[in-house]
Design a protein. Sequence first.
Length: 362
Amino acid sequence: MKKSVKIILALVLAAIIGAGGFVIYKNSQGISYDISSVEKVQNDVEIVSETEDGVTIKKNSDGDFKVLMFTDTHLNGKKAKDNMTVTYIVNNINEQKPDLVIFGGDNISSGFNKKRTTEFAELMENLGVYWATVLGNHEGEGILAVSREKNVEIFSSYDYCLMRNGKDDIEGNGNYTINVLNSDGTLKEVFFFMDSGSYMTDESKAEYGVTKEGEVYDGVKTSQVQWYKDKHDAITAEYGKFKSITVVHIPPYQAEREYSEEDYLYGEKREGVCESGFDSGLVDAMIQKGSAQAVYFGHDHVNDFGVMYKDILFSYIQPSGYGVYNMESKFDSPENEWIQGCTLINIKEDGTYTAERIYNHK
């Protein structure tokens, strides 16, 4: 081989190694925010009891129970975008002072993300507010990314995180409940959290009769539906009738239906709903058990509508991330039309609630 060719090959190899090193460096960064600068949010919520698939908490004062929900934060190592996302999360939490914070999945994305995962949990720990989450379809993706199981393990090791992995014989990671009690010990609300997976395997396609080839989004499986029914019965046996909200990442199969205009309560459908590719019976179980007020989800970054389906609210959590496709990147929208923000719900003593969409740029 001629010397000039060797030199060229060496330069190409060095460039490849250098580019690869830059990608590794970028994606192994933390969340690009001074987490030591945050101050604790003052509230009077305490953990009363917990099991492998559920936590019971109580607010010791009377009044509404305030829940702030974010989704698709996609902290992926893009320093400026991650900083913007986290800044708005912290600002909204400081302003609203919620009793509970919920994340709708796709929280930490891209590979080499262990540092971002732990720093995100440390941020919430420093804020001193109880928080919970489901996994999205992008958790566990990428080179040396934290696995879905490890993600739950890391998060749930922190005192203020209420996420639990759930029972070992149930599919997915992070199937659990949070029971919210009033100050007198009566049950105010139950949150069901379920792992909607990522993408269907050939085996699951065969099991659920899905014939579409290629990439099909996953969803809640039948073992999880049975867990939902059993857990619902157990809570009913202990507390009597109650009201509930379910949180998943991927919209349920029924979310992409034909609705009339009067069914839409708020928001807009700006892209197709990337719903679960099959119907496992979750929504039927929710209807059968009778407690379901709503199912909240994320996944689609420029949709923010809510629609009624058989007396159950199907609603997007307001998208919260800046490092992925959004109104700016997809439609070249001006800043005053960006829809990033969060969803605020205030739960009354009897479990009824009001919801409000908070926009960062309006």
